[in-house]
Design a protein around this ligand. Sequence first.
Ligand code: GLP
Length: 245
Amino acid sequence: MKVLIFPNATDAAHEAAKIIAKKVHEKPKSVLGLATGRTMEGVYRSLIQIAKQNNLDFSQVTSFNLDEYVGLSASDKQSYHYYMQDNLFRFVNINMNNTHVPNGVAADLEKECAAYEEAIKQAGGIDIQLLGIGDTGHIGFNEPPSAFDSRTRCITLASETRQQNAGMFEGNPQKVPSKALTMGVGTILEAKELLLIALGKDKAPIIARTLEGEIGPEVSATAVRLHKNVTIILDQDSASSLKQQ
Ligand code: GLP
């Protein structure tokens, strides 16, 4: 496991973007695992900038997002479909037919999850998976406890998570959907490479717990320590509670 600590959030996000850009440059048919949330906004901003400066070609890239709220459609401004369009897809030449986000309004959610797993397999697996981390230690929306062999499924969100994500819902946690579809921890661990980013003081306790605490399903992010090719990108604030720096 590589842990890289940067002086500030901008530099940390830029490093993450550079790693993704390098992957796309080296393998134009890359399968990218993408994530959402405030942390990724800076990563995508940098990635768009790098892409513009270097004429980076996304036309053959395939993408799979980690998760989506149940009950929100692609046109819903709070959906992760919308987020991806707004923060990345419309700024690069990715073929929208090759982008995938779980469908939170599918008639049969179980079928949707199974089809999502199958689509990842058909694409040859994920080359690099971007990950943020929630206050509960979730990656994707894998709330505690999430088995390390869990697959894409429908999950009930922890109240802490609805609180954390209330910003997009008029500050009201009750308005945050109570359920989401998420890749499982097992699905995430099958990616060839993992890239976890955490920024800011609020993430310091969960980062310390993730990197220095006991590995287990109570903190799904601890699973990344079992992966052979993982990079953790932090700023000084998110790294501030680590015993070893
Ligand atoms: C949501 C997403 C997670 C993400 C987390 C972190 O809960 N489902 O995948 O890691 O947000 O959010 P932020 O970057 O806004 O702190």
